[in-house]
Design a protein around this ligand. Structure first.
Ligand code: DX5
Ligand code: ZN
Length: 215
């Protein structure tokens, strides 16, 4: 599977967001990762629907929205209308993941489901074949620039083996602490979509760092 890089603008310079979006696109990134935090599901607040709506026109890349919020169901439609191409919500935040996936699909978007580092990956197995993407958090969600949690590698491996056993081409995304030191490990474990924030946006040469994540 081809490796795709999703640039997390949580690490961008918010005073120059349109330039930062252009820099990610020109550097060979494949998607823009848009982290939404509500100060409740995670101990941080980032940005939401009005910001997505406002910046959407400054990038030709797909927007990969990561909802770290307690009530994802209520915000699927607003984020779809604001220009999301895919929406990922947390399994820990809902008792009805299939209902939310159906809602995302009914709006014509790709549906992703994420688990925090301590959540058992086998809870995602019933969704293989229904969701388009699984997001394995490789740090505790909430902040950029944290250290990669190596114990998550086994989760990626197990999920890829399970998806292969069902002959499902599942996208497996990883998020948190992804750099040239960890990219090859997550790729070998079976991840094909790599989110990266600080490693890309704080780089002097984003294009070369983006390339290092892919090969
Ligand atoms: C963390 C966010 C990540 C974050 C990644 O909760 O979901 O997308 O921006 O940042 P880095 O790549 O710096 O760990
Ligand atoms: Zn994220």
């Amino acid at each position: 599977m081809k490796t795709l890089v999703s640039a997390s603008i949580l690490s961008a310079d918010f005073g120059h967001l349109s330039d930062e979006l252009l820099r990610a696109e020109e550097s060979g990134c494949d998607m823009i990762h848009f982290d939404v935090m509500d100060g409740h599901f995670v101990p941080n607040i980032s940005y939401g629907v009005p910001v997505l709506k406002s910046i959407r026109k400054y990038s030709g890349l797909p927007f990969d929205v990561h909802l770290m919020i307690s009530d994802p169901n209520a915000y699927i439609e607003p984020f779809a209308k604001a220009g999301a191409d895919g929406i990922t919500f947390h399994l820990e935040a809902t008792a009805n993941p299939v209902g939310i996936i159906d809602k995302i699909h009914s709006l014509g978007l790709k549906a992703g489901v994420s688990v925090k580092p301590k959540t058992d990956v086998s809870l995602l197995y019933p969704l293989v074949g229904i969701m388009d993407m699984a997001l394995i958090m490789t740090v505790e969600p909430g902040f950029d620039g944290q250290g990669f949690i190596y114990e998550t590698l086994d989760k990626i491996k197990s999920l890829r083996e399970y998806a292969d056993s069902k002959s499902t081409d599942l996208d497996i995304e990883v998020d948190g602490g992804i750099s040239d030191k960890t990219a090859h490990l997550v790729r070998e474990a079976g991840a094909n979509v790599l989110v990266s924030g600080s490693y890309l946006f704080r780089a002097a040469d984003m294009a070369s760092n983006c390339k290092l994540l892919k090969d």
